[in-house]
Design a protein around this ligand. Structure first.
Ligand code: SAM
Length: 544
């Protein structure tokens, strides 16, 4: 659970709390309702509800507006939040508070709902959605942030009065008082005893089906099932901002001068803990980009893989190659690939089905010399027919459940359903078919997902190999380790034994990164090479 150093209602030290004046008055008046179960002093305001503040403080208002947009309109918190922070002109501190409040309350929603269920006299689904959002926000402040109880309570009630109306503020006040009577551990012992999947789901704030899927994913990628608790905890921890400097275009030095640290895993990368990364030099220009290290490494692994085996010329150069990013939106990996292509004399076609996301790809590629890339807007499924044997390297970063990126998409775990899987896995299968059709003999295909789910990873790999015996599964673990930063002793900073199971026979491996082991998204990588059909494929890689 994340903790905040904040005190008081809007980030400033709370004067009443420091002086203890309210508490003393309440005690003098014998207000036992403000005592907790321990009998110790509680921190509620002495003001009667009618005398309390009626205006919402701006950082909590931002969190409320974002959570309401997520709950009502299926909005994405990471897109709405920066906009609201700007709109309400929050300063750096208050923006940090609003971010922690929004993301924390969204991530831990399942835990808070289990507790709120004990405190509300009707099913939560019968509550007005705005009231439920306010209760989750209040619950997060009371149970997981170091906000004094009186401040959490007063501010939430004021928010409800100003944004929903006076009517529900009584209910919110009463429910949050019940919530505040116990700390989080006490609540969890009550609402989620034991270690059943249901209990783990409530305690870790993950839907039960995701708990099960992630346990199965760990095992299918060669990790012990008892790492599940660490993985779930990592999913509840805000990720450090990862940056990449586009090769040949960006400069990390000014970013490091502003407090970023060199990234330990990926070349040309940095980690930044200093707040709004958009202000860093190069980020506005797009030559330094925010990108998860797992994404950086998988894109680099595609480029590092030799095409047809045994040909020194084709291993030494990418000159004249044509690369395809089949599912490119919003363009993170495409930007890195295009920069590498520009450096190495190759060209990139970035394909994306959704027109608005194709525009994002164009924006992402804008800093890269334009003769190195084109954007195609269209269904990836037709690429094999449109460009048979057309590409030397293909990245298929497939649409997936995103179960590997739960850290950075706080609401997604509650929105995803197990019923999404069949649609996604059949789309992945179709896109894999198209990619194999579009891959030139001797060419390299990287199948990537930001999900470790077995059905989206290992089962897709087994399936495509069964359909295409000419597709060789390469040693994806060794390649991934090979593109990572090396230590002074020349060792890769990515240990092979943490990347997945090694086969008993053959060398083909898949690679799986993990938030709890690598501090990256749980990116999956399988590298394939299509069998060359003739000597020409080895000798003239740019032909056709
Ligand atoms: C996992 S995201 C790709 C992320 C991207 N590679 C990046 O690093 O920024 C998958 C993308 O595939 C796109 N997509 C979904 N169905 C598609 C299809 N049939 N053909 C091509 N792209 C598709 C989605 O719109 C989404 O932008």
């Amino acid at each position: 659970m994340s903790q905040s150093p904040r005190q008081g209602q809007s980030g400033r030290p709370d004067r009443r709390n420091r002086s203890g004046g309210d508490q003393q008055r309440r005690n003098a008046q014998g207000r036992t309702r403000n005592r907790g179960t321990s009998g110790g002093p509680r921190q509620f305001s002495a003001n009667a509800p009618s005398q309390r503040r009626r205006t919402a403080d701006p950082s909590r208002l931002v969190a409320f507006e974002v959570m309401r947009a997520v709950a009502r309109d299926d909005a994405y918190a990471n897109l709405v939040l920066p906009h609201r922070i700007r709109q309400h002109r929050l300063d750096h501190r208050d923006a940090g508070f609003a971010t922690e409040l929004t993301y924390g309350a969204l991530r831990l929603q399942g835990t808070y709902d289990a507790i709120l269920t004990e405190c509300v006299d009707r099913p939560l689904k019968d509550l007005d959605v705005d009231v439920l959002v306010a209760l989750r926000l209040g619950g997060h402040q009371l149970l997981s942030m170091r906000v004094p109880a009186h401040a959490a309570l007063d501010s939430t009630v004021a928010l409800v009065r100003s944004e929903i109306g006076a009517g529900p503020s009584g209910l919110v006040n009463a429910v949050l008082r019940k919530v505040s009577a116990k700390d989080l551990d006490t609540w969890l012992a009550e609402v989620a005893p034991g270690d059943t999947d249901d209990a783990v789901a409530v305690r870790s704030a993950h839907p039960r089906w995701i708990v099960r899927a992630l346990r199965q994913a760990l095992v299918s990628h060669g990790r012990p099932a008892d790492e599940l608790a660490d993985l779930l905890a990592a999913n509840n921890t805000a990720p450090i901002v990862n940056l990449v400097s586009l090769p040949g275009l960006g400069d990390l030095e000014p970013v490091l001068e502003q407090g970023a640290q060199p990234g330990p895993l990926a070349p040309d990368s940095a980690l930044y803990r200093g707040g709004d990364a958009a202000r860093l030099p190069g980020v506005k220009e797009g030559t330094v980009r925010v990108q998860d290290v797992g994404s950086q490494l998988t894109a680099r692994a595609l480029v590092a893989t030799p095409r047809a085996a045994g040909s020194p010329e084709t291993e030494a150069t990418r000159e004249g190659e044509v690369w395809l990013d089949l599912c490119a939106g919003p363009g993170g990996k495409a930007a890195l690939l295009a920069a590498l292509a520009a450096e190495q004399g190759a060209t990139l076609v970035a394909n994306e089905v959704a027109p608005h996301r194709a525009r994002l790809v164009e924006n992402a590629l804008a800093p890269v010399p334009h003769d190195s890339w084109t954007v195609r807007t269209g269904e990836g499924q037709s690429i094999g027919a449109d460009y048979p044997d057309g590409f030397d390297r293909i990245l298929l970063d497939a649409p997936c459940t995103g179960l590997g990126a739960l850290r950075r998409r706080p609401e997604s775990r509650w929105r995803r359903q197990p019923s999404d899987l069949p649609t996604l896995t059949s789309l992945q299968r179709e896109l894999l078919e198209a990619a194999v059709g579009a891959l030139r003999p001797g060419g390299v295909l990287a199948y990537v997902t930001c999900s470790p789910h077995q059905a989206e990873t290992m089962l897709q790999v087994h399936d495509v190999r069964r359909r295409h015996p000419d597709l060789e599964l390469l040693d994806s673990q060794a390649t991934l380790a090979g593109v990572a930063v090396t230590t002074e002793d020349g060792e890769s900073t990515l240990a092979l034994e943490l990347l997945g199971a090694r086969p008993e026979t053959g060398t083909g491996t898949t690679a799986q990164l993990w938030p709890h082991l690598h501090a990256t998204d749980a990116m999956f990588l399988a590298l394939f090479r299509k069998a060359p059909t003739s000597a020409d494929d080895l000798e003239d890689p740019s032909d056709g």
